[in-house]
Design a protein around this ligand. Structure first.
Ligand SMILES: [Zn+2]
Length: 197
């Protein structure tokens, strides 16, 4: 019979995506064998993350403050704004080290069948960032699948009246592929070979 607290830990770990019952048990045993400090730091990190990490009020990336590190960084270029679907895409672009502008996270793509319209995305907030005229180029880096393309098209129509350059990342990313899983070189190429819309 497995002790109750250990059983609870296994059950909680097994809820994580990609973690089956067996892996959950292995992880739980590992935690149990580790020095006590590890369990303390792990539980503290878990709590602190859910309590302190929120969305940046400007770009909607993750942050532990009003503004995230990307928005606070003085060395980044205010003139270029890269629009992505989600946090994982932002991270993928950041890993290429090719982009030094600012970001805007939509938190989804237009998907009428799933009931996701413009109001469910951070589109109003994107437009309100363009008012001061600092942004000269908006790079649409939504995924090259049907919904990503439709979202890019929709945004292009909204952005054109602002009189700025609107560009789309090149199709270096495999069609229907996920930015998140594109290798760094491919994504870097897709960024630098972006085309104006
Ligand atoms: Zn931010």
């Amino acid at each position: 019979m497995i002790p109750a607290p250990l059983g609870r830990l296994v059950a909680q770990l097994a809820k994580l995506p990609g973690i089956g019952e067996k892996t959950a048990q292995r992880l739980a045993f590992h935690i149990l064998r580790s020095p006590r400090e590890y369990a303390q730091e792990l539980s503290q990190a878990l709590l602190e993350t859910v309590e302190r990490v929120r969305l940046c009020t400007r770009c909607f990336a993750l942050s532990d403050d009003e503004l995230c590190g990307f928005c606070r960084d003085q060395r980044r270029d205010d003139g270029v704004l890269c629009v992505v679907e989600g946090i994982a895409d932002l991270m993928a672009i950041e890993r290429t080290r090719e982009f030094r502008g600012r970001y805007h996270v939509l938190h989804g793509v237009l998907s009428p069948l799933d009931g996701v319209g413009p109001d469910q995305l951070r589109i109003k907030e994107l437009l309100s960032r363009l008012g001061d005229g600092k942004v000269e180029e908006v790079i649409l880096a939504t995924n090259p699948d049907v919904e990503g393309e439709a979202t890019a098209l929709y945004l292009t129509r909204l952005l054109k009246p602002f009189g700025l350059t609107v560009s789309r990342i090149a199709q270096g990313v495999p069609i229907g592929g996920d930015l998140e899983f594109a290798d760094q070189a491919t994504l870097a190429r897709a960024l630098s070979a972006r085309r104006e819309l």
